[in-house]
Ligand binder design. Structure first.
Ligand SMILES: Cc1c2[nH]c(c1CCC(=O)O)Cc1[nH]c(c(CCC(=O)O)c1C)Cc1[nH]c(c(CCC(=O)O)c1C)Cc1[nH]c(c(C)c1CCC(=O)O)C2
Length: 348
């Protein structure tokens, strides 16, 4: 039997424990700001090949753990492996980001092959199993997926987008057809996350990176409702594995997300005021965040001040220190060293 005390610090925070020094990990902690990542990346046959090569994916996941001793490792993969596993065409262009052959309307949904998903993703589960064996005992392993709304934006826009016009217009003009796409992604994502836990993931994060683009009604239907269904399905199989929700840009709607989806924690973007979140969000929910990635890139005393503000503001609640969004690739690795030392300075 594992007592609460013997849990890793990161899992203790997700379990609702307030700690004098919060555990820390960073979104996109494995990536191009690290020279050792760039070296492995150059040896792969493109970015997706790196995601599907268990040995290499395991190596790049471990790199930031070796360098900084973070409290959690996040599986190295990408949210776009789900459209790819559904047999949509997905590729990455150097310097431009992801490209997909876009779905135009509900008539294109027959392209998607839900039965192919788990077979396609076997290499990812192999990476999870390797990591589970390789990670230091005090370091937790996070599995993840994109939330259906965010995944749908890539599937419909064919890549990154500024205004999500095609996706939003589809959702307004043909909500039933759009719901069918969301349902396909919900089912694929829930089985993908369950398989990650079966392979050894100890916590999950659901990235709804573009939740902030939705209006009030859209947020309920396309962000909260699908997240709740995924949480329900995953928890029916693995009730004890904590889930972090990240409805980036949700603003005051973070309150509804935390209360209504069933997640154990929410990750806050840097736009959320610390004092507001600390008092307004359900006390049973662990808060993660929310340093501005640009403050980390800038470094220096302003970084220290921003870190202290977050640590102090969340001191009376269970908290996981993180960024408000992914680390920027120009960030000097020494700034991350400074950040980790600052967060842990009271740890003896
Ligand atoms: C929207 C999104 C994506 N991917 C992800 C999100 C959600 C989080 C967020 O909002 O940032 C999530 C993601 N992407 C990656 C991880 C791995 C684990 C980690 O956080 O260290 C995770 C958790 C690796 C990656 N995913 C990507 C890279 C860089 C690609 C490379 O090495 O060539 C990495 C390390 C590529 C990617 N993947 C995606 C984009 C838009 C891009 C291009 C942008 C960029 O180049 O930074 C889609």
């Amino acid at each position: 039997m594992t007592s609460k005390k013997s849990l890793k610090p990161f899992l203790r925070a997700l379990n609702g424990e307030t700690q004098s020094v919060p555990p820390i990990w960073l979104m996109r902690q494995a990536g191009r700001y690290l020279p050792e990542y760039r070296e492995v990346r150059a040896s792969a046959n493109g970015f997706l090949d790196l995601c599907y090569s268990p040995e290499k994916a395991c190596e790049v996941t471990l790199q930031p753990i070796r360098r900084y001793g973070f409290d959690a490792a996040i599986l190295f993969s990408d949210i776009l492996v789900i459209p790819h596993a559904l047999q949509q065409k997905v590729w990455f262009v150097e310097g431009e980001g992801p490209k997909l052959e876009p779905l135009k309307d509900a008539g294109d949904l027959s392209i998607l092959k839900p039965d192919a998903v788990l077979g396609h993703l076997q290499p990812v589960f192999e990476t999870v199993a390797k990591l589970n064996a390789a990670l230091p005992i005090e370091c937790a392993l996070i599995g993840f997926a994109g939330a259906p709304w965010t995944i749908a934006t890539y599937m419909i826009e064919g890549g990154s987008s500024r205004d999500f016009a095609k996706t939003k217009l589809w959702s307004y003009r043909d909500p039933d057809g759009f719901q069918r796409l969301i349902d396909i992604v919900v089912e694929a994502t829930a089985s993908y996350l369950i398989a990650q836990i079966d392979a050894g993931a100890q916590a999950l994060q659901l990235f709804d990176s573009w939740a902030g683009a939705l209006d009030e009604h859209g947020f309920r239907r396309w962000s909260i409702a699908p997240a709740k269904r995924i949480v329900d399905i995953v928890k029916s199989r693995h009730p004890d594995v904590p889930i972090i929700g990240f409805p980036r840009g949700a603003g005051p709607a973070y309150i509804d997300y935390a209360a209504e989806t069933g997640v154990d924690a929410v990750s806050l973007d840097q736009g959320v005021p610390v004092a507001w979140a600390a008092q307004a969000l359900d006390k049973s929910v662990t808060l993660q965040g929310n340093l501005d990635p640009m403050a980390l890139l800038a470094g220096g005393e302003q970084l220290d001040r921003a870190v202290d503000h977050i640590i102090d503001g969340f001191a009376s609640r269970p908290h996981v220190f993180n960024l408000g969004h992914g680390i920027i690739k120009e960030t000097p690795p020494e700034h991350v060293t400074r950040l980790v030392e600052r967060v842990r300075r009271s740890r003896s």
